[in-house]
Write a protein that binds this ligand. Structure first.
Ligand code: DGJ
Length: 724
């Protein structure tokens, strides 16, 4: 890893173990992109600039007409608006005089050891001095705005991060209209755009389409990253596939409205932009104020989508997750939601715990319905005190009973929400997001708290602290069950209402930060009506996120495979539910692809099923380290094969591997040789169930013959191999 600047050529090089990123500073001061891809020797990269593309409609940069230098065709690191580059811009600032022409040029730079914090925003960390950061200082002379682009490279992984901040150095206010975190210029359009689309119950489904002229984009305007699109994208060479070919991957460390757009211009070059969605956003910047945009993380590999995922997984596990639960074995939990919904009391929960303990389950999570007077989803959000009609004797007494059964205890919250039928709403009707003169649109019969306000956050923090500090609670599920509408804040002046979407996210981050710092030992799991906020911003605060409310094992395959494109298995909340269309063993095999638990009434299991659950939990304990630390290989994708899905996890030293296959629909043939991946061809691997041994070469090049074992609907097999 290194960052260098050649004074003579004015070329910056940012090298990781396997990649090179380069740009140069043009005489006019514009940072122009040169290259991002496979690692290059120390060569003249500046010659890459010549593109010979131009039209008579391409304006010259003032003072550079003699050189025919036009921003219209240049690959830029930080393209502005309205000064000759007509493609989508990374930055647009409205000056005090109302115009929006923006053009940032080089002033100076600094190369730092390590990685600065991004105040108030989640970001990739560097706890062991494994990174270097380039701080590139730019200014827009006409407006007096300064920008800093921060590029970080790590020495252990081929990832880079980039973030941007803008400071107003004038006496008058400026308004930021758009500020993308990442701008990645590609010399051709010969890529497919791969992204994750979906909806509630069907999140993060992989889709792939060829880039075409014009702009292709995905975005959220829902106030959260959303069920519908995920802030992740890959641009993959047309001939690339799971384990070969060139792939660029990028993700935003952000949980709010985002936009990822890729514009292909008339010269067949592509520009990828990623950042806060400019729709509904602008930010008033007073004199000497600074605005920092969220961080983007990106990578390049020629090892296909699988290698891209493995790079992201390692990077997220090592540099984004934090706290004691980051690498610790997570307890096998039973969650009351699908077991009882709102219909529970202390006796029922204690009975769940007793039965669960006998199965080997380690923690009971009391989901929605324990507070205020909540017996359905129509009340009490914001009233975070226990409903003693349900939990007779109070929370302390229930927790004692659960502990007496030998289980840990976890609890559910939805901190950012408020029910119109709540004491909190009656006392503070202006504490929810709202717009004067408009009625609030209810969703799930609830409104959204104004998280931009410190007094609101203080109230929720105090209420929750009261519960969390007075009771022995090991786990919190942090839910978020609606999208934002009527996004206005009573605490902000009219000229700052366009900041509310982003300030809402900052407020949520602030609250989460306070909780993880005050209760460092609590395991936090994020959730948003399933996986409506599955993003890197949330993972900064909680090491796992509930993947989806869809707990059908076959449906989950598509969701979990899609999620794994960017996010590690250790972050994916997955449970076994009471969905008898798939055998219990298959439901467990799929849930073991993520964090593991149960979401059913354990008293309803037959004796044979109970024995099966005990065996599954033993298997989880034996394999969880491999699943959470190993390298993932997606062998057969459920979006590409209508019949079977298969995946494999390999230990970093290649001495152990776990291979899971699920039949989604009866295949055309029983014959099924499954080729494995990621093994050492020289090693011999023993199938722990049969004692048979095979060379890594045979398993990878010819495959393991599973004929007859994986044929019927819903069948599954989990094979565990160890090298001698
Ligand atoms: C949505 C979550 O995804 C569910 O698991 C459950 O916690 C419900 N909310 C409770 O309201």
């Amino acid at each position: 890893m290194s960052i260098s600047f050649n004074e003579k050529t004015r070329v910056f090089r940012l090298d990781t173990v396997t990649t090179t990123y380069a740009f140069c500073i043009h005489e006019a001061g514009f940072p122009l992109h040169l290259y991002y891809g496979k690692h290059l020797p120390d060569d003249d990269l500046k010659h890459l600039l010549g593109r010979g593309m131009f039209t008579s409609f391409s304006p010259d940069v003032p003072g550079f007409s003699h050189t025919g230098f036009s921003l219209d065709v240049q690959p830029q690191e930080f393209p502005g608006f309205g000064t000759g580059d007509f493609r989508a811009s990374a930055v647009e600032i409205q000056n005090a005089d109302g115009n929006c022409a923006t053009d940032f040029r080089y002033v100076s730079h600094n190369i730092l050891k390590g990685k600065p914090d991004l105040c108030g925003l989640p970001h990739f960390r560097d706890e062991n001095g494994e990174s270097e950061t380039l701080v590139l200082c730019l200014e827009d002379r006409a407006t007096g705005a300064e920008a800093q682009l921060l590029y970080t490279v790590y020495n252990d992984l081929p990832i880079m991060t980039r973030s941007v901040s803008v400071t107003n150095r004038t006496e008058k206010p400026l308004r930021i209209q758009r500020l993308a975190s990442l701008c990645l210029e590609l010399p051709t359009m010969d890529y497919d755009m791969i992204h994750l689309y979906g909806k509630w119950g069907k999140e993060r489904t992989e889709t792939r389409r060829a880039l075409t002229h014009g702009t292709q984009s995905i975005e959220s305007r829902r106030g959260s990253s959303s069920h519908n699109h995920n802030p992740f994208v890959a641009l993959a060479a047309k001939d690339s596939a799971e384990e070969h070919g060139e792939v660029y991957g990028a993700a935003l460390v952000y949980s709010g409205n985002f936009k990822i757009e890729c514009e292909v211009d008339a010269f067949n070059t592509a520009r990828l932009l990623m950042g806060i969605n400019p729709d509904g956003f602008s930010w008033l910047l007073g004199p000497n104020e600074t605005f920092t945009a969220p961080e983007a993380v990106f990578t390049f590999t020629d090892g296909g989508l699988g290698e891209m995922s493995r790079i992201f997984h390692r990077a997220i596990r090592k540099h984004l997750l934090s706290g004691p639960w980051k690498d610790r074995e997570r307890p096998v939990l039973i969650n009351s939601w699908e077991a009882a919904y709102f219909d529970f009391d202390d006796d029922k929960l204690a009975a769940f715990a007793k039965e669960a303990k006998s199965l080997g389950i380690e923690m009971l999570v009391m989901d929605d319905g324990w507070f205020g007077h909540r017996d359905s989803d129509d009340s009490s959000l914001g009233d975070w005190y226990v409903n003693e009609k349900k939990l007779k004797g109070g929370l302390g007494s229930l927790i004692e009973r659960i502990h007496a059964e030998g289980l840990k205890f976890g609890i559910w919250y939805e901190p950012e929400m408020i029910s119109p039928d709540s004491d909190l709403y009656r006392a503070h009707p202006d504490w929810c997001l709202h717009v004067p003169g408009r009625e609030n649109s209810p969703a799930r019969q609830q409104y959204v708290l104004d998280m931009t306000r410190e007094d609101v956050r203080d109230n929720i923090f105090a209420q929750m602290c009261d519960v969390l500090s007075k009771n022995e609670i090991d786990y919190v599920k942090w839910d978020f069950n609606r999208n934002l509408t009527e996004v206005g804040s009573a605490a902000l002046p009219p000229e700052r209402q366009q900041e509310v979407f982003h300030r809402f996210v900052l407020g949520t981050y602030d609250l989460m930060d306070r909780f993880v710092k005050t209760f460092p030992n609590i395991l936090f799991e994020n959730c948003s009506g399933g996986g409506g906020r599955f993003d890197l911003g949330m993972l900064y605060y909680s090491p796992q996120i509930w993947c989806s409310d869809n707990t059908d094992a076959i449906e989950r395959l598509t969701i979990q495979f899609g999620t794994s494109l960017c996010y590690p298995l250790s972050t994916m909340g997955a449970h076994v539910a009471a969905r008898p269309r798939t055998p219990l063993s298959t439901r467990a095999a799929v849930a073991m692809m993520g964090t593991f638990g149960y979401e059913l009434d354990p008293r309803r299991l037959t004796d044979a099923e109970k024995d099966e659950v005990r065996a599954e939990i033993r298997a989880y304990h034996e394999t969880h380290r491999l699943v959470s630390e190993g390298d993932l290989y997606r062998l057969i994708s459920p979006t590409q094969d209508p019949f079977r899905a298969a995946w494999q996890v390999v230990s970093p030293d290649k001495t152990e591997t776990l291979v899971t296959t699920v039949v989604m629909r009866m295949p055309e043939t029983m014959y099924f040789p499954l080729r494995l991946a990621g093994l050492d061809p020289e090693k011999r691997y023993t199938d722990l169930a049969t004692g048979e041994t095979y060379s890594g070469a045979l398993l990878m090049y010819a495959g393991i013959n599973l004929t007859g074992r994986l044929y019927l609907d819903g069948q599954s097999a989990v094979l565990d191999f160890k090298a001698e």
